[in-house]
Ligand binder design. Structure first.
Ligand SMILES: Nc1nc2c(ncn2[C@@H]2O[C@H](COP(=O)(O)OP(=O)(O)O)[C@@H](O)[C@H]2O)c(=O)[nH]1
Ligand SMILES: [Mg+2]
Length: 342
């Protein structure tokens, strides 16, 4: 089989380089515990700032109003403008109306609290902890459209996984552009992890070699980057299927996770992306990026409602900025609170 026979030869260099970049032992980053609280506050507030740009700021609707039909109508249009979609909007409002009636809520601030709880309950099925230890190496394939934040998220995840004690190997499966490879190598060196790359070549071969190398080196996680592609580019979707298949030839249980990275600004089109990538490569999770600057935070409510035929795929992480720490686990309660911030 040609793929298996392809060696992971790096670009010829003046020095007879080893087959792979040297693998320095991951340096455990000790973070003072006290630093966690302000850090959390800062990304939460960025998430709030971003999400509160949502149309007319859902949280702002509750100020100086009476609890009447008008309020529900305002909420309905605000949720739709935030890209929550019709199904989720209807479901949320039905639940909210029932609660307001049952509990005889007359204070708009209490309606807001009730909506926050209803929304958190609605989003909770998407909340799932990422299990790093269920395979060794855990093979994670990452896909998405161009510019969604795949490579950046891989860099952030390498940081996160190392902090959790796992050794990480990256595979530069975006072989179309030299710049893409370099970007991943840069993230690799920032995190002190090695990157398996090939000059040009077949992304499936890079993925195959990486899984084998990950096993040979006893790595905890192998993350496979891929080139961005649109669901309408059918030959590229076929290529993605091939990458997935070939990973399975290196390890029959892999890939253990197949993640779609979605730009949080995408709005309703995110649903079409999720559906198409899921049909091609059977996703196991989502990473939703750029929530620090979006007005379309309601999209996750649409995913949870299974709008447009999407499966409610777990959201492992959300991206709230460009630095290494700006990838956070998705927590339904926090997200609902941020979405309803004033
Ligand atoms: N503000 C912000 N920018 C992000 C986030 N995630 C990624 N980006 C930026 O989005 C751009 C595209 O990211 P990249 O990882 O290259 O996308 P890829 O084509 O999917 O690999 C870069 O400028 C990133 O810094 C995020 O959570 N917040
Ligand atoms: Mg990339």
């Amino acid at each position: 089989m040609p793929v298996a026979a392809t060696p992971a030869a790096p670009a010829p260099t003046p020095n007879p380089a080893p087959a792979f970049a040297p693998a320095p032992a991951p340096v455990p980053v000790a973070e003072p515990v006290a630093a966690e609280a302000p850090k959390k506050a800062s990304w939460l507030s960025r998430l709030k700032q971003g999400l509160s740009r949502t149309g007319q700021s859902i949280g702002g609707i509750f100020i100086g109003v009476k609890v009447d039909e008008n309020l529900f109508e305002e909420l309905e249009s605000a949720l739709i403008m935030a890209d929550a979609g019709l199904e989720a909007t209807e479901k949320l409002l039905t639940a909210l109306r029932a609660r307001v009636k049952k509990e005889r809520i007359e204070d708009p601030a209490k309606v807001k609290t009730a909506l926050r709880q209803v929304l958190a309950d609605h989003l909770r099925p998407l909340e799932r902890a990422f299990d790093l230890t269920r395979a060794k190496p855990l093979v994670v394939m990452i896909a998405g459209v161009n510019g969604a934040g795949k490579t950046t998220s891989i860099g952030k995840l390498a940081h996160t996984f190392q902090r959790q004690g796992a050794s990480v190997l990256l595979a530069a499966g975006d072989t179309f552009r030299a710049a893409a490879r370099e970007q991943l190598v840069e993230w690799g060196s920032r995190n002190n992890v090695s990157v398996i790359a090939q000059d040009g070549g077949d992304p499936a071969a890079v993925a195959f070699d990486s899984v084998n190398a990950g096993r040979a080196r006893g790595m905890g996680v192998v993350m496979v980057d891929t080139a961005g592609r649109l669901p309408t580019q059918l030959h590229l979707m076929e290529e993605l299927k091939k990458i997935r298949r070939v990973i399975g030839k290196a390890d029959a249980t892999a890939p253990h996770e197949v993640l779609l990275v979605v730009d949080g600004n995408t709005g309703q089109n995110a649903l079409a992306q999720i559906r198409a990538f899921d049909a091609a490569i059977t996703l196991t999770g989502l990473v939703v990026t750029k929530l620090d600057g979006t007005a379309k935070g309601g999209t996750l409510a649409a995913v949870a409602a299974g709008s447009q035929g999407v499966r409610p795929i777990p959201v492992y992480w959300i991206g709230v900025g460009e630095s290494l720490e700006d990838l956070q686990p998705f927590v339904a309660d926090e997200f609902a609170a941020a979405l309803l911030a004033d």
